[in-house]
Design a protein around this ligand. Structure first.
Ligand SMILES: CC(C)(COP(=O)(O)OP(=O)(O)OC[C@H]1O[C@@H](n2cnc3c(N)ncnc32)[C@H](O)[C@@H]1OP(=O)(O)O)[C@@H](O)C(=O)NCCC(=O)NCCS
Length: 193
């Protein structure tokens, strides 16, 4: 395994980290974590035991990925964004058996300082704006902003708004890649690449 793990990082025995992944200063990876190849874990990142992370995932500084969070390939986690796993925490009640699963699907971006309330699925290639609080499932390709996060537009795989309404019917090409998207109701599908 060829990895770059900074000497200040703590990678517990048993943790799996794929090749060419980089682990920066003061990171802690717990023993049960599974991390793919070509990932980057920025300064002060924490990865819990019951966490699965795909390939080419970028996790920026100060992000804690708690138990029951699953991150698919090509996801970007912006600096200081927040995952959660207990929906209604109380310091004096043990809720470890009540953790809710959070799934971040392929290619999604989670903006700086956003919060993902546990129990949701963030759709493929969606983008959550900086500072948003997501408490519902996010459709694939949705652009979400605000508190609570609302969908304001559709965003391409390239990462720019598509000229389509949030709901309706239509077809649109990405001006950068020529990828073609079709909107049917409130579902956007990539129909050709
Ligand atoms: C969402 C984002 C990508 C902008 O996307 P965009 O398609 O260019 O959107 P626009 O700037 O045209 O904004 C559209 C509307 O949403 C609002 N908006 C944009 N980002 C917002 C945010 N994070 N929170 C709340 N509202 C936001 C804009 O003010 C605008 O509202 P208006 O129409 O009333 O003026 C960008 O604002 C953002 O949050 N990027 C994340 C940056 C980040 O976290 N990077 C991490 C790596 S350093």
């Amino acid at each position: 395994m060829i990895n770059q793990v900074h000497e200040s990082a703590i990678v517990d025995d048993g943790a799996q980290i794929g090749e060419n992944s980089r682990v920066w200063h003061f990171v802690h990876v717990c023993s049960g974590a599974e991390i793919g190849k070509d990932c980057s874990l920025g300064q002060n990142v924490f990865i819990g035991n019951k966490v699965v992370i795909g390939n080419n995932v970028k996790i920026q500084n100060n992000v804690s990925v708690y138990d029951n969070v699953t991150i698919e390939d090509d996801v970007f986690c912006g600096p200081s964004m927040v995952f959660t796993n207990v929906y209604n925490p109380r310091s004096f009640i043990n809720r470890k058996a009540e953790y809710r699963d959070t799934l971040i699907k392929k290619g999604a971006t989670l903006g700086a300082n956003c919060t993902i309330v546990c129990g949701v699925t963030i759709g493929e290639y969606s983008l959550v704006g900086a500072g948003a609080v997501v408490n519902k499932n996010v459709p694939a390709f949705a652009l979400m902003v605000g508190v609570p996060a609302k969908q304001i537009a559709w965003i391409s795989k390239y990462g720019e708004q598509l000229k389509l309404p949030v709901s309706g019917t239509g077809t649109e090409k990405c001006i950068h890649t020529n990828d073609c998207y079709h909107l049917s109701g409130s579902v956007l599908t990539l129909i050709s690449e």
